[in-house]
Design a protein around this ligand. Structure first.
Ligand code: CP
Length: 338
């Protein structure tokens, strides 16, 4: 695809070569994300960050990624701090804010809303999650992490991947985008583990089967995680249910903890989760007792999110080849985080 000036709305717009290009640029961003170098390549550029649903990782890592490239961030958080609360349309909001920004990252509770906004925007828009539809940058950082974790275990390719997705597959936008992304790879076997009522939407299952993936659906976690490279847990998306009572029917249904991992998983199975994990007693789908498990990759995922989002900005704003030219040394204590 032509990255320069493009909106990033759906995983469906990428081909495999595009994914490889994004990951190549993400690798190039490591010295900057890890505070070994600074770059001012986006000095003067403005990111409009518009998040109309709660977010910690996506909102802050998009902002950090833009700052790390030398740009500035202007934030709108929640409908109550936007004129949308006074009845302004997405069209008008897009026309206005695209005059104030060079690129926009956006999250909104309605499926299709970010695409509608992008159609009216005069600058590129990156989807940070539209309802239960898609979360493309999360899928990209998930796949980037999968690739790195497999490499750590001596495998050089995502082809042949065996992965289990566990939890709320009906409303989880991260797993919708990840499933679509996996259709670009060969010999992938996927276990979809959920209560019957929260199954992966049929059109996405069909898309995977048509692309040649082996898809197994089950409501039993223990048997399904026995032979996988990746066990990817998800939260019950309570905000998408009609009531808390309905969400409570499913919360805590699947709990991956160290005892279950030791008993059922292969020794190198990597544990992933898009986060936030629901650490309340009634949920706890990914137990804190896994925190010291070296195969728990959840915080490597969050770190990788910065690299992938830097790559998206650099590609969309066409500065990949200039990042190093506008770089300099770091002068402050950077610690040993990475
Ligand atoms: N993974 C993810 O989308 O997290 P946030 O809701 O915190 O952005």
């Amino acid at each position: 695809m032509q990255f320069t000036g493009s909106h990033i709305i759906s995983i469906g717009q990428f081909e495999r070569a595009d994914i490889e290009r994004i990951f190549e640029v993400a690798d190039q961003m490591v010295p900057y994300a890890h505070r070994r170098r600074v770059t001012k390549v986006l000095d003067g550029a403005i990111l409009g960050s518009m998040f109309f649903e709660p977010s910690t990782r996506t909102r802050v890592s998009f902002g950090s990624a833009f700052n790390l490239l030398g740009g500035e961030v202007r934030e709108t958080i929640g409908f109550e701090s936007s004129a949308i609360a006074k009845g302004e349309s997405l069209y008008d909001t897009a026309r206005v804010l695209s005059g104030y920004s060079d690129v926009i990252s956006m999250r909104h509770p309605q499926e299709g809303s970010v695409a509608e906004f992008a159609a009216a925007s005069r600058v590129p828009v990156i989807n940070g999650g539209d309802g239960s539809n898609e979360h493309p940058s999360q899928a990209l950082l998930d796949l980037y992490t999968i690739k790195k974790e497999l490499q750590h275990h001596g495998r050089d390719d995502v082809d042949g991947l065996r992965i289990a997705l566990i939890g709320d597959l009906k409303y989880g936008r991260t797993v919708h985008s990840l499933c679509k992304l996996l259709t670009l790879f060969k010999d992938v076997t996927i276990w979809l583990i959920s209560p019957k009522e929260l199954r992966m939407p049929g059109d996405i299952v069909e898309q995977m089967r048509t692309a040649g993936l082996t898809v197994n659906e089950s409501d039993s976690m223990e048997d399904s995680i026995a032979h996988v490279d990746i066990a990817y847990s998800t939260r019950i998306q309570e905000e998408r249910f009609a009531s808390q009572e309905e969400a409570n029917l499913y919360r805590g249904r699947y709990r991956l903890n160290q005892a279950i991992y030791t008993r059922f998983c292969e020794p190198n199975t990597v544990i992933m989760h898009p986060l936030p994990r629901d650490s309340r007693a009634g949920a706890n789908e990914l137990d804190n007792d896994l925190n010291d498990n070296p195969n728990l990759a959840i915080f490597r995922q969050t770190d990788n999110g910065v690299l992938v989002r830097m790559a998206l900005f650099a590609l969309v704003l066409d500065v990949v080849d200039l990042v190093d030219k506008y770089s300099s040394d770091v002068h402050w204590y950077t610690g040993s985080r990475f």
